[in-house]
Design a protein around this ligand. Structure first.
Ligand code: C5P
Length: 233
């Protein structure tokens, strides 16, 4: 299975994004486009980055009725993204509809992964606001298994959960993990972080790295360091 480093391009404009990507003259890193950039620039930003040769994880976290998600996913599939995602909380029916929408006439489709519980949601908020009383790690594993049974390819999770997700859902079920930091850098607002090397050890399939690369004085060197620590090359 292809393991890789995905750069979270959390920029507010096309100009900033392209200035950043222009620094990469030799490699074409996997890029995550989130809501901020997508809503600021529209679908054309996906095409522009794709045309430069970057694989794309479009992180829009869809969550709506099955029919709406199915139709929206068909649009995203036409954009030729490589990975997209949704909230597992949308239930099995929504996840199956999403897969149908994503599948192109030739049978190919982007990978589809699920958000289980957002890492910004803690036990207290889950109990109080969502009325879910079970321990949050059990809830995360239950959502992961539901996503797997619906036919999805993996989940976004903390690297701290990657091993358990593989135990519960199998080794080939993808774990895409943000919250990665170099041993000698700060955590920013991430609470529980792991180094790229440790993320590899615990079985992360893709690590999502933003500020340690985008805000580095030499982003290309930071990216290469991340790749070498994560892939052990
Ligand atoms: O800059 P940093 O490395 O913290 O960026 C991590 C990226 O992963 C951001 O785009 C953030 O929104 C995303 N993310 C996360 N935690 C999650 C899900 C997504 O940090 N649970």
């Amino acid at each position: 299975m292809a393991k890789d480093v995905i750069i979270a391009c959390d920029f507010a404009s096309e100009e900033e994004t392209m200035t950043f990507l222009n620094k990469f003259t030799e490699e074409r890193p996997f890029v995550k486009i989130g809501m901020e950039l997508y809503y600021a620039c529209g679908p054309s930003i996906v095409k522009k980055i794709k045309d430069r040769g970057h694989p794309i994880f479009l992180d829009l976290k869809l969550h709506d009725i099955p029919n709406t998600v199915k139709k929206a996913m068909a649009v995203l599939s036409n954009l030729d993204v490589d990975i997209c995602n949704l909230h597992a909380a949308g239930t099995t029916a929504m996840m199956k509809a999403a897969l149908e929408g994503l599948t192109r006439p030739d049978g190919t489709r982007p990978l589809l992964i699920a958000v289980t519980q957002l890492t910004s949601t803690d036990q207290e908020a889950m109990e109080r606001d969502l009325l879910i009383k079970e321990p949050i790690d059990q809830v995360v594993m239950h959502y992961a298994l539901t996503a797997k049974n619906a036919g999805l390819d993996g989940v976004v999770c903390s690297p701290l959960e990657a091993g358990k997700v593989h135990d519960v859902c199998g080794e080939s079920f993808l774990t895409v993990t943000p919250g990665v930091r170099f041993a000698d850098s700060g955590a920013d607002d991430q609470k529980r972080v792991m180094t790229p090397a440790k993320a590899r050890e615990v079985g992360s399939d893709y690590i999502v790295v933003g500020r340690p690369i985008t805000q580095a004085s030499d982003p290309v060197a930071a990216y290469r360091r991340c790749v070498s620590e994560f892939l052990g090359k």
